[in-house]
Write a protein that binds this ligand. Structure first.
Ligand SMILES: *Cc1c(COP(=O)(O)O)cnc(C)c1O
Length: 425
């Protein structure tokens, strides 16, 4: 049975259900109510209405600090803003990391508005429109070229604007990242240029007079196995080193991708950063000899922001159907597609969900319940038969690990319910 273990009121210690190996780390509670950034979620609910996402800025800071401590100095840390483009959060991240990776002209605009310097922005993504490439050259950001099609468009923009088109080639490697939630390299992929085609494309970069700066490799996402990430980094480095022989200029940026995962589900363990730090140290030492102009860069999305965010919805109805409890909330898949299991999961599993207004409920105050949203579809499920504190109408349900791929990755217009509020605390 679940035995809730909770800290003393207001203590900043983390808490977890004893039987649940997934800690809901970093958050505190007071009088049984979850705090985000020191503020009770009941107070945030009054101020912003429900449902809402709340992001804890101190946890963002702590995550980046912890990562910097584990990685060798000299490795650039970029934030892939598609994980969470909320303006206040993005501004915070701009102040914490070394660069922002954008994947559309819209994201580029937002990154610049958030104060990112053009020289610290890179722009990846397949199917860039001619106007987006022009926008990138005008702004002076680095374009991670995904297809030979982009080259003449960049050359035209360079001539027209009389500004250098800064390019790196995104390489689709000849290996895969093992154990990834989403594979984005290796085999046949719409992302990047197949490694074997890269030498010819590099010749074209030289012929067109584009400013070559380096390579970008991105093997996959949501990986919790440090050994797989280390292997992908090493193979990426070695592939880039081979391709560098064909480049028209020295490699200045070697973006080794990211893929660092966070534990979402029961039984998953946080990523062990120590071996990754050692691996990168070894690659830095090699690079100092073999690619002396190159800066090594990592680009991380969810790892930086997911654990700093919660999604909060209010219980509108408590229904019993043939012996099963359903907590019907004002939030659901239209705000949090990922928690409903419909954003890339193969098998639906429960995100860490708690009743955020009953954080100190004892074991005998728990029950088996499902949390659903107001949408008229069985897909609208936030928790499927979980042990939760017994909740009533008005209680607040909290979905943890919700700082990435939340509001912006959900179909907010589906069924016409209100949009979700977002707040950085
Ligand atoms: C999506 C994406 C990321 C971020 O992925 P996370 O799993 O959030 O870390 C980084 N780089 C590229 C190229 C991506 O497409």
């Amino acid at each position: 049975m679940n035995t809730p273990v909770t800290p003393a009121s207001g203590s900043p210690a983390s808490f977890a259900l004893a039987s649940d190996p997934l800690p809901v780390a970093g958050f505190a509670c007071a009088q049984g109510v979850l705090l985000v950034g020191g503020r009770p979620i009941t107070e945030l609910a009054e101020q912003f209405g429900t449902p809402f996402y709340a992001y804890d800025s101190a946890l963002l800071d702590a995550r980046v600090a912890q990562l910097r401590a584990a990685l060798p100095p000299g490795v650039g840390l970029h934030y892939a803003m598609k994980a969470n483009p909320m303006p206040a959060l993005l501004r915070r991240m701009v102040g914490l990391v070394d660069g922002i990776d954008v994947a559309s002209g819209g994201e580029l605009q937002r990154a610049l508005s958030a104060g990112a310097r053009p020289q610290d922005i890179s722009f990846a993504g397949p199917g860039k429109r001619a106007e987006e490439l022009q926008q990138a050259v005008a702004a002076g950001v680095l374009v991670n070229v995904e297809s030979p099609r982009e080259l003449p468009l960049l050359a035209a923009a360079q001539d027209e604007l009389a500004r250098p088109a800064r390019v790196a080639l995104r390489v689709n490697p000849d290996f895969e990242l093992k154990g990834s939630g989403m594979r984005m390299g290796g085999g046949a992929k719409p992302f990047g240029i197949d490694a074997e085609a890269v030498p010819a494309v590099l010749r074209e970069v030289g012929r067109l007079g584009l400013r070559f700066e380096g390579f970008h490799l991105y093997a996959g996402s949501q990986n919790l196995r440090a050994a797989s990430i280390c292997e992908a980094q090493r193979l990426s480095y070695e592939l880039a080193l081979r391709l560098a022989d064909h480049a028209p200029a020295p490699v200045r940026v070697l973006n080794l991708g990211g893929g660092f995962g966070v534990p979402y589900f029961s039984g998953e363990q946080p990523l062990d950063l120590a071996p990754i730090g050692q691996n990168l140290q070894a690659l830095l030492e090699r690079a100092a000899q073999e690619m002396p102009h190159a800066q090594l860069v990592l680009e991380l999305g969810r790892y930086l922001v997911a654990e700093a965010g919660v999604y909060v919805a209010r219980v509108l109805d408590r229904k019993l159907s043939r012996g099963q409890v359903f907590l019907v909330t004002d939030g659901g898949l239209h705000h949090h597609l990922a928690a409903s299991g419909n954003f890339g999961q193969v098998v639906r599993r429960n995100y860490p969900v708690r009743i955020g207004t009953r954080m100190q409920a004892t074991a005998d105050e728990h029950e088996l319940a499902s949390v659903v949203g107001p949408l008229c579809t069985p897909l609208d499920l936030l928790a499927d038969r979980m042990q939760l504190a017994r909740a009533q109408e008005g209680d607040l349900v909290v979905v943890f690990q919700s700082g990435a791929y939340g509001a912006s990755a959900s179909p907010q217009d589906f069924l016409g319910h209100p949009r979700v509020a977002e707040v950085l605390v």
